[in-house]
Design a protein around this ligand. Structure first.
Ligand SMILES: *Cc1c(COP(=O)(O)O)cnc(C)c1O
Length: 221
């Protein structure tokens, strides 16, 4: 598996564009992540708490770990000491728990609010209305151990490019409509192996790419 070549290929595609690549390494063994690490790539995304903690403990400590999967409130405490960015905040309750664990660890944890953009109803995320509610100064002001660094979205699982583009565009429009009043927002996390090219065209600033770097996953998680 040409992991390093795959990363370099994508890095070349996004060069000069102010886009950050997160290598999604879920289900992949530490040896594969270390191939990327040894070539100088240190930013990985995981979607299971237990797996993330195991890899964190085993691997060098200068890695930027991103949590991208559905996060249960009772598991926040395990990743709060070290996680760099949580992409998948889908409720106010979860955000409150992240804030609480941030305080316990004496740090501010960067978070993205995951917005529901897909037309199918199997993907998680919050509505634009819920997001606006959280961004109100009187709500956010109470949470001093989290920073809302941006938004994240996942499209409907489909080959229909028109549909995918429409969903990305919708998220970008919403993002644009709120950034002027929320200066902490800098990240728009959208795009995976199958759709990151479209996501970039529609204004993504962070892409989460797994199988195009590490190969197909045997068990789809
Ligand atoms: C698995 C996953 C990815 C990466 O998926 P690929 O299609 O393998 O690139 C990106 N984002 C999230 C939230 C994921 O769960």
């Amino acid at each position: 598996m040409a992991i390093v070549e795959n990363i370099q290929f994508i890095e070349k595609e996004i060069a000069g564009k102010d886009i950050t690549l997160v290598a999604v390494s879920k289900t992949k063994p530490v040896e594969m992540l270390m191939e990327a690490y040894n070539a100088g790539f240190k930013r990985f995304g995981e979607n299971y708490v237990q797996e993330l903690v195991g890899k964190y403990e085993e691997m060098p400590k200068d890695i930027e770990w991103h949590f991208i999967g559905h996060l249960q409130s009772n598991k926040v405490k395990y990743i709060a000491p070290f996680v760099s960015l949580i992409h998948s905040v889908d409720s106010f309750k979860l955000l409150q728990e992240i804030n609480k664990q941030g305080a316990k660890n004496n740090r501010v944890i960067d978070c993205l609010l995951q917005i529901y953009i897909a037309e199918e109803d199997t993907k998680s995320g919050m509505t634009e209305e819920e997001c606006l509610e959280i961004l109100k100064p009187e709500v956010l002001g109470q949470l001093s151990n989290i920073k809302i660094a941006g938004l994240m979205g996942m499209t409907t699982l489909t080959d229909d490019e028109v549909q995918i583009r429409k969903e990305f565009k919708k998220l970008k429009d919403f993002y644009n409509s709120i950034i002027s009043e929320n200066s902490s927002l800098q990240i728009l996390s959208m795009g995976m192996s199958g759709d990151y090219t479209i996501a970039i065209e529609e204004g993504s600033t962070m892409i989460r790419v797994g199988s195009k770097i590490f190969g197909e996953r045997i068990y789809q998680k």
